[in-house]
Design a protein around this ligand. Sequence first.
Ligand SMILES: [Zn+2]
Length: 283
Amino acid sequence: MFPISSNNFVNNPYTVDYNQQKYWLNTHSQPAYNTAYGYYEQPSVNNADTAAKTVVMAGVLEAVSLGLKKASNWFSNKLAAGKEFTSAENVHRVADEMVRKNNLDVHVGYINDSNKYAYSKYYNLGNQLEEVARGKNAFFTDELKLAVAPSNKPSLILHELGHAINSKNVITKFLQNTRRYAHNAPAALLFANALLSDKNDGKKSFIERNAGILGFAAFLPTIIEEGLASFRGVKAAKKVLNNPAGLNILKKNYLLALSTYIIAGLGLGVAAKYTMLENSVNK
Ligand SMILES: [Zn+2]
């Protein structure tokens, strides 16, 4: 699915993209310290220098998180404004061929204002198709055996069918499933750190030192699976349409989509680092 919208498809978490907002630091919530006004509760550690560094670090992480959020929006808007690489008929042909060749047991739906209610009712999707009908979302769900894309942006379906193909392979299915748990990375790292680290030696543990990279790593399987889904879509388009001139447009659109995932991974890394830092202040 493309993370154009922040809509979360709650019932089928691994097919749908997590609500990316979850990963951004909530800069409106009050952390244990307040960098903006300079007041700061001295942690029990008697080290003002470390405390000051921590505040600066927290401020930097908040700024980075905000920057990532803005970058993600920029890519999403670019993607939403992206052109179609070929005619709708051609896209349908490629999609049909992907279903046929890979024996996909998946219904393909092109959603618009006139069929969205019928689909919603049949698949019990609530208002999940609103964004799709508006050209702002697409998704695949393995539970419902359904892949949908907007009627006016059908090329998104090729990526979704790429997910459908991925769901049939043990390894790529595993990558798909990790998505459900990725957002727990900051809390999981905190927990693991509390279990594993020796708090009395005064040194930072491996997890504390590498929280950022570990947080990003938790999202890496999702990024890889997303990239692979796009790769499958592009490959199918290339084959069926016999090297269409617009293939670069499709590649560009899919790269924009992938960028938002990479940014989300970085966001998760920042969130993990921040969570660890916050905890070290509260200790
Ligand atoms: Zn996707």
